[in-house]
Design a protein around this ligand. Structure first.
Ligand SMILES: C[S@@+](CC[C@H](N)C(=O)[O-])C[C@H]1O[C@@H](n2cnc3c(N)ncnc32)[C@H](O)[C@@H]1O
Length: 397
């Protein structure tokens, strides 16, 4: 395997992992092809997705563009999300959340498609080297945040793209590695940084004021006992620094009671800190604006979210951007901007019973999609006035 460029710099100056264009295209191994579960193959209509009566996307492809590594990762709602993009020969697509590359693999199944895949996690980018090599020049991996996707595309010579897909949130690989500090299921350093840069969860827990902690845990964790949790954290950190996932989970469990069968009492606090540390909701707001700028007319946006906070942002954005009319005849000067998107379906697509049975994480997944119109992008919206990482760390205790 040869890679023409791998380097990881500060985010903002994107690091790029691009395929060595010619040498490796012969590496496709048809015999080892494994279709991802939930995809059914049919040889009659190569290279397109279609919907069956049960709302299951069927990949109608020849199944000749993937290797055994396809089966390694089963992306949630992958066929549905990539199906919404309707990839085509010659199209350029952005996978804003490369992760283990499940969505990217599905896009690359369309011959002649090209993917610019982004992930803020350097481990995910490094893990994609093999796929870059297999893709024979059709895949470029970029270490960056998806909020920068418009600039990333321009930097790759693609000012306008045919599709943007995002599978928001944390990956199972990140959750399952104790040393990444995302989960109280394992004891590890209280880290939670997807990009391994900036303040960690331990830094926030050590530095944020009690009020800020309570707000973070309430807004991003939707924990109704947030004030109790914040008070307990402050009392504990006055005794000793809170540096591990287990230490924090134990502190929370003393003040948030859970009945048998309910989620772990620390679940919401961990979620709140993780979203805050990674500025996940701000990232999503900015990424939607960036996708609107980067997509060409007819280009498609597909977003899978796992949480109501995220889904609300996607839904609100797409509703606002797809609204027609509405200009008041009394206030004609306030006439609305022309819709920049047309919704693809009124309701979100959710996982079917089989996918949920195979992968419980799919239960909360929602997919929304829209197609870009010819109208200019709307002005980017203001971010909500919630606490920001910079302001909380600056203010301190
Ligand atoms: C749910 S996983 C994606 C899984 C992927 N669809 C697959 O099939 O393997 C989410 C990924 O998005 C990345 N991510 C989350 N927020 C990001 C952001 N703001 N910018 C870039 N990558 C981000 C995470 O590091 C993680 O690898």
């Amino acid at each position: 395997m040869e890679i023409n460029q791998i380097s990881y710099g500060e985010l903002g100056s994107s690091a790029v992992l691009a395929g060595w264009h010619s040498a490796l295209s012969a590496d496709w191994d048809e015999a080892r092809h494994d279709a991802p579960i939930a995809l059914q193959q049919a040889d009659d209509q190569p290279g397109r997705f279609s919907h069956d009566a049960d709302r299951t996307w069927l990949w109608r492809g020849r199944g000749d563009r993937m290797t055994s590594s396809d089966a390694r990762h089963i992306p949630v709602l992958g066929p549905e999300a990539v199906g919404l993009l309707a990839p085509r020969d010659g199209g350029v697509y952005v996978d804003g959340t490369f992760g283990a590359g499940g969505y990217t693999r599905l896009i690359l199944q369309t011959p002649g498609s090209r993917v610019i895949a982004i992930d803020r996690d350097p481990t995910a980018i490094a893990g994609g080297a093999e796929l870059v090599a297999e893709a024979g020049g059709r895949l470029t991996l970029v270490h960056d945040r998806f909020s920068n996707l418009a600039d990333v595309c321009a930097g790759q010579g693609a000012d306008k793209v045919d599709g943007v897909v995002m599978d928001i949130g944390v990956s199972s690989m990140q959750l399952d590695q104790a040393e990444r500090g995302f989960s109280f299921r394992f004891d590890g350093p209280l880290d939670m940084r997807m990009g391994r840069d900036g303040p960690s969860a331990a830094d926030v827990v050590a530095r944020a004021s009690e009020t800020d902690l309570a707000n973070i845990i309430y807004i991003f964790g939707e924990e109704r006992y947030s004030r109790h949790v914040a008070r307990a954290i402050v009392a504990a950190r006055n005794e000793a620094p809170i540096t591990t996932t287990k230490a924090l989970a134990d502190i929370v469990a003393k003040v948030v009671r859970a009945k048998p069968g309910e989620i772990h009492p620390a679940t919401r606090t961990f979620q709140g800190l993780r979203i805050f540390v990674n500025e996940e909701l701000d990232e999503l707001h900015r990424a939607l604006d960036a996708a609107e700028r980067a997509l060409k007319p007819g280009g498609r946006l597909a977003v899978v979210s796992f949480h109501s906070l995220e889904d609300r942002i996607v839904k609100t954005f797409l509703t606002a951007r797809s609204k027609t009319g509405g200009g008041s005849r009394h206030l004609p000067e306030l006439a609305q901007a022309a819709p920049s998107f047309t919704l693809l379906g009124k309701r979100p697509v959710v996982a079917g019973d089989a996918e949920v049975a195979a992968n419980p994480r799919a239960r909360s997944a929602k997919l929304r999609g829209a197609e870009r119109t010819h109208a200019p992008a709307h002005p980017a919206g203001d971010l909500p006035g919630w606490p920001t990482l910079a302001s909380v760390m600056r203010a301190g205790r």
